[in-house]
Write a protein that binds this ligand. Structure first.
Ligand SMILES: [Fe+2]
Length: 140
């Protein structure tokens, strides 16, 4: 999965957080490929959970600062993802802080949920906000 310029929202902080998410997903894909995912999936899910919450909060802060009219809809999109992701997180206690291996299924599912959602969300919802910001900046 590669971050390309056409996914740019036009805000460096947001773009670099998106790139970080891509790189984590790529390490998950690599772990699935080399069969080490069982041992890494717990840490990956934990990281994604924290990082995605942080990232959403940053985006939402940015939207409020710029009086973005699409704020509510965008936030609802974020919340839908959080609800989806929390289902994956329910598997975590079973991994007992990295003591027990996770499963291949959990790895593949995490990959699917995050990849499908993220690509669609960045390409449509985040970029919509990016376009709005660009028009604001022109007016300033
Ligand atoms: Fe977003």
């Amino acid at each position: 999965m590669e971050w390309t310029q056409d996914l740019s929202v036009g805000v460096d902080t947001i773009d670099s957080q998106h790139k970080e998410l891509f790189s984590r997903i790529n390490s998950l894909v690599a772990a699935i490929r080399d069969h080490t995912c069982k041992y890494k999936i717990g840490d990956i899910v934990r990281f994604l959970d924290e990082y995605i919450m942080f990232h959403f909060a940053e985006e939402e802060k940015y939207m409020l600062q710029h009086n973005y009219p699409g704020y509510a809809g965008h936030k609802a999109h974020h919340n839908a993802f959080i609800a989806n992701f929390s289902e994956l997180k329910q598997e975590l206690p079973k991994l007992e802080g990295g003591q027990k291996p996770g499963s291949y299924d959990l790895s593949v599912e995490t990959n699917q949920v995050v990849v499908d959602w993220i690509l669609d969300h960045i390409a449509k919802v985040d970029r919509e906000f990016g376009k709005y910001l660009a028009t604001c900046e022109k007016r300033e």
